[in-house]
Design a protein around this ligand. Sequence first.
Ligand SMILES: Cc1cc2nc3c(=O)[nH]c(=O)nc-3n(C[C@H](O)[C@H](O)[C@H](O)COP(=O)(O)O)c2cc1C
Length: 212
Amino acid sequence: MKLFNHRQSYDKNSLSISDIGDNPMEFFKKWFNEAEKSDQIIESNAMTISTVDIDNSPSSRVVLLKEIKDNSLIFFTNYKSKKGKSINDNPNICASFYWAPLERQVILKGIAKKTTENYSDIYFNSRPFNSQAGAIVSNQSQIISSYDELIKRYDKFLEDYSGTSLKRPSHWGGIELFVQEIEFWQGRESRLHNRVICNYIDDKWELNLLSP
Ligand SMILES: Cc1cc2nc3c(=O)[nH]c(=O)nc-3n(C[C@H](O)[C@H](O)[C@H](O)COP(=O)(O)O)c2cc1C
């Protein structure tokens, strides 16, 4: 299957280095809010997280961003999952967003750390009962014998625990990406896109243009 003729032209917006100001995380929030407002973007907080495991093998997958802090991004996962293990062995991770209707990409890199137990508890307790149960029953990233067997265990769990309040398992919680680098990409005509790379060095942001 050749896709040689699949191509879009980008001409909706432009980005110059002066648009970003002296705090690229604030600018990220601005772009995020614009993505949130777009009717054409269904999950603006869906981001691709890339990890590199102990054998130097890379993996990527989508997770949902749950909080943007001054210098970090937070998502939730199972610490025993493939990504959880990779992050434990190698905390260098990358998050990327592609908001197609705005012709924008943002790539953020930095160091990942587990959030505090208290923070993870607060989020876990805010989730619907069925999602809490799913997080408890699913040994994320493990091979299972059948989907039916998983559903049976889930249904049995609901039967046994409905009406009770569930406790967050210690292997499930938040991951906070402390951002050290952000690249903003705005699609432009003739593939001459705007790219600005921002690096946090010696307590301040350094901004540079990159060739597309
Ligand atoms: C839209 C979307 C949102 C997702 N959100 C999460 C999430 O917030 N946390 C999570 O652990 N997995 C989430 N997943 C599932 C992951 O992509 C992935 O399948 C799972 O975390 C196991 O990844 P791993 O085996 O690489 O650790 C989401 C998937 C999609 C498509």
